[in-house]
Design a protein around this ligand. Sequence first.
Ligand code: F3S
Length: 404
Amino acid sequence: MDLAKQEQAMLDGKEGKAVKKSMGILVALGEIYNAKKLVDVTSVQIAGVSYDNLGDAGLEFLNDLAKDGKVKVLTTLNPAGMDLENYKNLGISEDFAVKQKLVIDAFAKMGIITTCTCTPYLVGNSPHFNQHIAWSESSAVAYANSVLGARTNREGGPSALAAALTGKTPLYGMHLDENRNAQIKVKVEAEIKGTDKFGALGKTIGEKVKAKPAYITGIKEATIEELKSFSASIATYGGAAIFHMEGITPTKTPIPTEEITITQADIDKATADMNNADCEVDFVSVGCPHASIHEIAKLADLLKGKKVKKEFWITTARPTKRIADQAGYSKIIEEAGAKFAADTCCVVAPIKGRFKCLATDSAKGCYYAYSKNQSKIKIMPVEKLVEEACTSPAGDKEMVGVKQ
Ligand code: F3S
């Protein structure tokens, strides 16, 4: 790989140990993928933030880099293992909290903005068309490449951090035009509306096309929330880092000749597959990917004057929670008994075994609740989730869903 003079100096240790180590990671990665050179990045998003995933070895790696490492570009984090301000209310142990805070401190020492979210594009880390970036979170990567038109591979935690400390990433994969073109056309002949249905569509397409970039037709309109749900789902169930949606996403691609059709029956099957019949809901969660202020406003409207009877988490970015506080949405939601889980989510938080059946509007949430937390699952629209949350658990004779 050709290195510029300044890049070679970084590799030689002229900018300190953290930069040297980071450049070593990037050069090794570039050589594996036959990158000819490095390219400047304008934004980084780092996954691998939860202490639940990192453990002490990960914490030691971060502390080592934090001795002399400082980020060169705007960098934010993926969700952590807990709400950094309100973890006690969510049942997170003090021992875990101490370790999680050490992880966040190490990132902060490197100059990283410790906003922990999988929707950085909603809270100020929002690259524009054609910018090269280095993001880790798969849903955000699919959203950035497809909806924003930025360019990023799906980075691992260490390679994203290395990009942040050097301002560089190897030029391969999604950074190159030829890898971004659609390889299969997907005709959607179904009515798709709502985050749950866009999630079911992402699951259906992902399972059929795997990681091939798809050119999707038949979607008349899609909100930001529906596109973030779709991005999460297609990446989870298939692995694609980019998709093209006719009339909706901004990127150009030749239209492929290979074609498949998705029908209403496919969407219904995907939805049915995510609904365990013998599942009695004891946990409701909205905000996978992290909820937008628009979703929180809608939840406040739906929960106004009600009381939830089940554990109900709204997972979101801290800055979005602050706006919800200012707008009065948080008060309405918390008076109803639902809880905010800012900075974290129900997949990365250490809650395995606490709940038996999760209800969510997120197809990605279903996948990980089942595979990581061994919880049963149900997927439904947000309106139905609120009804479900306000329904007493079986055996409880109290009137449900009424104003109190
Ligand atoms: Fe985000 Fe957690 Fe879902 S990281 S995409 S809320 S699994």
